[in-house]
Write a protein that binds this ligand. Structure first.
Ligand SMILES: Cc1ncc(COP(=O)(O)O)c(C=O)c1O
Length: 391
């Protein structure tokens, strides 16, 4: 199987981790030798309730027995998608009440960028340096990391970059700007939180010049930062909210949410302003609905902040220079990329899954399922500290 994996399945790096998965349950993934791996990554923030959560599995099975794909997005009334959009609206501040469901995070970003252009009649998009918003052409155009995109140019015109958390740069947002797109907490850059009311200031500047604020919550969203949406921590409501990853509970999804008035623009001039075959797929929407219900009805969000404190208490070592992030979106910063690589690879050998961040080579990603237990946190952190002790 490993040789077929390398031979037939397209690869994205020369050295994939290549663990052969047999099954997964709770906070553990098992390989085909039945070795258990404690999962501190959660499919890169995409399985907030861990693996094989019984409520997600039964929601999926129930929908499987009724119908799969029946029609392109937006034509028929399909209960799981309607209920999901309604539950999102119930949990969002006004005017974020209307959701468009798509298939992935990057597609939701594309939809949000299109909506900002359509709503303002302007073309300029402002993004942040070191931002990551996905890998299709539009999303890649607003990625603030030239090295990873220069081979794919030309990309979208009229994209400008500002430094995240830099107030002076907000002057680059002008009456020419259609939209400002930011991650609520920068992910690939190294889990950088907005500071000193930064997002409130961005909001104010957007209002001054009539630009739309798009917040990408594909990673911090759905409970990971202790609130259902990361922006609730920073007193700033976007015009367009973008979700993905964890919303699907392990199934592929993306979504963008805005006011009814804004979203109505996608119906007209041109009509079919954004279309998709599979967006709102009933099985995926059923999985997302079960996930969102569980997160909003349990105390997992409050626990995320307590678990953050436990991580911070345990992750103390001379080779840990910083622990960045919020809730269960944490990054250990080591002194060098070499040490980070050693820790990630040796932890995998010892049965603990860690991972890298895209643009910060000294960072070690810790984004476990929200359902992880204190005992599992203690077990995983002791593996990390043991390995650091041997370096
Ligand atoms: C902040 C952010 N935006 C967008 C994306 C793209 O989402 P997807 O990989 O589902 O297209 C990601 C994925 O890592 C992300 O972390």
């Amino acid at each position: 199987m490993p040789s077929d994996f390398l031979k037939y399945q397209a690869q994205t790096s020369p050295h994939p981790l290549a663990m052969e998965v047999s099954h997964a349950n709770g906070s553990y993934i098992y390989d085909t030798n039945n070795k258990a791996y404690l999962d501190f990554v959660a499919g890169v923030s995409a399985t907030p309730l861990g693996h094989n959560h019984p409520k997600i599995i039964s929601a999926i099975k129930e929908q499987l027995d009724k119908y799969l794909h029946v029609m392109v997005y937006g034509e028929y009334i399909q209960k799981p998608a309607v209920e999901l959009a309604k539950l999102l609206a119930k949990n969002l501040p006004y005017p974020l009440e209307n959701t468009y469901l798509v298939n992935s995070g990057t597609e939701a970003i594309e939809g949000a960028l299109k909506l900002a252009k359509r709503a303002t009649g302007r073309s300029e998009i402002i993004s942040a340096k070191n931002a990551y918003h996905g890998n299709t052409m539009g999303s890649m155009s607003v990625m603030g990391y030239e090295e990873r995109k220069q081979a794919f140019r030309p990309l979208l015109p009229d994209v400008r970059f500002i430094a995240f958390n830099n107030e002076e740069d907000l002057n680059h947002i002008t009456t020419k700007t259609a939209g400002v797109i930011l991650e609520t907490i920068q992910g690939g850059a190294g889990f950088i939180e907005p500071e000193n009311g930064y997002l409130e200031k961005v909001r104010k500047r957007c209002d001054e010049v009539g630009a739309l604020l798009i917040l990408d919550e594909i990673q911090p969203g759905i409970g990971r930062t202790g609130k259902l949406f990361g922006f609730e921590n920073y007193n700033c409501v976007p015009d367009i909210l973008v979700l993905g990853k964890g919303l699907g509970g392990g199934m592929p999804i993306g979504a963008f949410t805005a006011s009814r008035k804004l979203m109505n623009l996608l119906q007209d001039n041109p009509k079919l302003g954004h279309i998709t075959t599979f967006g709102g797929h009933p099985v995926i929407a059923a999985s997302a609905l079960a996930t969102l219900k569980e997160i909003t009805e349990s105390n997992l969000m409050a626990q995320a902040l307590e678990k953050e404190q436990l991580f911070r208490k345990l992750l103390v070592h001379p080779l840990i220079k910083d622990v960045r992030g919020k809730g269960l979106m944490l990054a250990i910063i080591t002194p060098s990329a070499e040490i980070t690589n050693t820790v990630i690879l040796q932890c995998q050998d010892k049965g603990l899954i860690l991972f890298w961040l895209l643009f910060e080579p000294k960072a070690i990603r810790i984004t476990p399922p929200l359902t992880i237990s204190n005992h599992e946190i203690i077990e995983g952190c002791s593996i990390i500290i043991d390995i650091l002790n041997k370096i």
